[in-house]
Ligand binder design. Structure first.
Ligand code: GLN
Length: 489
């Protein structure tokens, strides 16, 4: 059962060949047997999931209408709220925090009868690219447990790649869905900014954050988007149009469409990545697409611009964690000032503190124009650069990462870690929809991903292009050998 997609599990359930209790207990068993090898999950919602399964079986017995996700199981990144359950953001500071309400995405999933099995590990407050900045554990790559799974949504990506569930949600501020998807050999989709409600997602960089799905099939990505991509009154940046019929669009023709390739940027990637991209582009050519060279030269500024804007927004967003609300209070604190100082000092990890310092600095009086305002201006230049590029093509193809998954603990220099996002950050700064999809393997065991990017609101086209590639290739069908079996409990 572990290889089944969400659509297949749904079909089995609707037809009556499996009960929700059977499906949920099967995947919970798998998680208990295999999670210690990869440490993808921070919380497993055993009782809650079994109770939901029982209720769903009863609903089917009574012939009530069943939702789109009935029979499917889902993992959620631990920076999204599930009422009365912990939301830790992988921070010691929130170790004991329980959410008082559901994130909109959680409500949407449950309205469609999806059952959430657990909450996935991440870099603390989603800041990082390897999950090594989690205060609780480091998630390992299921293809080789000495390698990183990527981050910050590493736990969500691994949950899907190791078949703990066919679907997971992550959040992407600068690449946190796409980079782990590429390293783990699965699909990771970042929708247009505002397409999915951020209500109940713990904010990192509010003008960049976007929730999106991981899956092993494009159809499942489209299915999840149908569920979560609707207008939300509780998020003022939520797009007010109803979501498109994602799955219906998947087989729309792409013959004659133009794919833009920023050739100069490819030089920055390892040869093995470049070769895989060239092969993938040949597939598109054979499907009738035309390749055109485009210039995205402003992308070279994306890392400095992002690390000014994202840290500025983070320093403001994280001010609410003060030892008084939400967070653990320092036992040593005597005065009010000490409550703030010591609680924040003890609660936040080193990377988060570094970002708060940086963000506070770039916003401080006298520096704001030199850094923050300038970065906003360069962001506008990037938006214009993309507009010019999209005048020449329908879709842009570029690497997700410049290398395949790196060994754990091999990157100690924070600047080197920041360079991980060189190909992904621009889509967040510009707001456009983008997917990372599996296009090959280095030496048969390290997955390689390619990004597709489309203009704002053309989310369905991204999925259509990915779907045609999936039909012509089989990279997305491979399971990491360590997990391609039933667990022996
Ligand atoms: N790796 C980037 C960072 O550390 C992006 C993180 C994210 O998308 N949440 O900020």
């Amino acid at each position: 059962m572990y290889k089944k997609t969400a659509r297949e599990l749904h079909q089995d359930f609707v037809e009556g060949s499996s009960s929700a209790k059977q499906i949920v207990s099967y995947f919970l068993d798998r998680i208990h047997a295999f999670n210690p090898k990869v440490e993808a999950l921070l919380t497993v919602l055993n009782e809650r999931a079994m109770a939901k399964a029982e209720a769903l079986d009863e609903k089917r017995r009574l012939n009530k209408p069943l939702g789109k996700l009935a029979g499917s199981v889902i993992i959620v990144k631990d920076n999204m709220h599930i009422k009365n359950e912990k939301t830790t953001c992988a921070s010691k500071f929130l170790e004991h925090y329980k959410a008082p309400f559901n994130a909109t995405v959680v409500d949407k999933i449950e309205q469609e009868d999806g059952i959430i099995l657990g909450k996935a590990n991440l870099d603390e407050f989603a800041m990082g690219s390897s999950t090594e900045y989690s205060a609780f554990c480091t998630t390992k790559n299921p293809w080789d447990t000495d390698l990183t799974a990527g981050g910050s949504s590493g736990g969500s990506a691994v949950s899907v790649a190791a078949n703990f569930a066919p679907l997971a949600l992550g959040s992407d501020t600068g690449g946190s869905i796409r980079q782990p998807a590429a390293f783990c050999g699965i699909y990771g989709f970042k929708p247009t900014y505002g397409r999915v409600s951020r209500f109940g997602l713990v904010a990192f960089g509010s003008s960049l954050d976007q929730i999106g799905p991981f899956a092993r099939s494009v159809e499942d990505i489209a299915l999840m988007q149908e569920v979560i991509a609707s207008p939300c009154q509780n998020d003022s940046t939520s797009i007010q149009e109803p979501p498109p019929a994602y799955r219906q669009e998947l087989s729309a023709p792409i013959k004659g469409k133009k794919i833009g390739v920023p050739v100069a940027l490819l030089e920055e990637a390892d040869p093995v990545i470049r070769e895989a991209i060239e092969e993938a582009l040949k597939v598109y050519k054979s499907l009738g697409c035309e390749l055109v060279e485009i210039n995205l030269s402003s992308l070279k500024y994306s890392i400095p611009v992002y690390y000014i804007l994202a840290t500025a927004e983070a320093s403001t967003n994280l001010a609410r964690f003060d030892g008084i609300r939400y967070t653990t209070r320092s036992k040593a604190a005597q005065t009010l000032e000490e409550v703030y100082e010591l609680s924040r000092g003890e609660g936040f990890g080193a990377e988060v503190k570094q970002r708060i310092f940086l963000g506070t600095y770039v916003l401080s009086a006298g520096y704001q124009d030199a850094y923050y305002k300038k970065a906003q201006k360069v962001r506008t230049l990037m938006i214009e650069d993309y507009k010019r590029a999209f005048a020449l093509c329908d879709m842009i193809a570029l690497p997700t990462t410049s290398t395949t998954a790196f060994p754990l603990a091999s990157i100690q220099d924070p600047l080197k870690m920041y360079m991980q996002d060189i190909y992904t950050i621009s889509a967040n700064l510009v707001g456009i929809p983008t997917i990372s999809m599996p296009i090959g393997f280095e030496k048969k065991k390290k997955p390689i991903g390619m990004q597709l990017q489309a203009p704002l609101l053309r989310d369905t086209e991204v999925l259509t292009f990915a779907s045609h590639f999936a039909k012509a290739t089989s990279f997305h069908t491979h399971t990491p050998p360590l997990f391609d079996k039933e667990p022996s409990l």
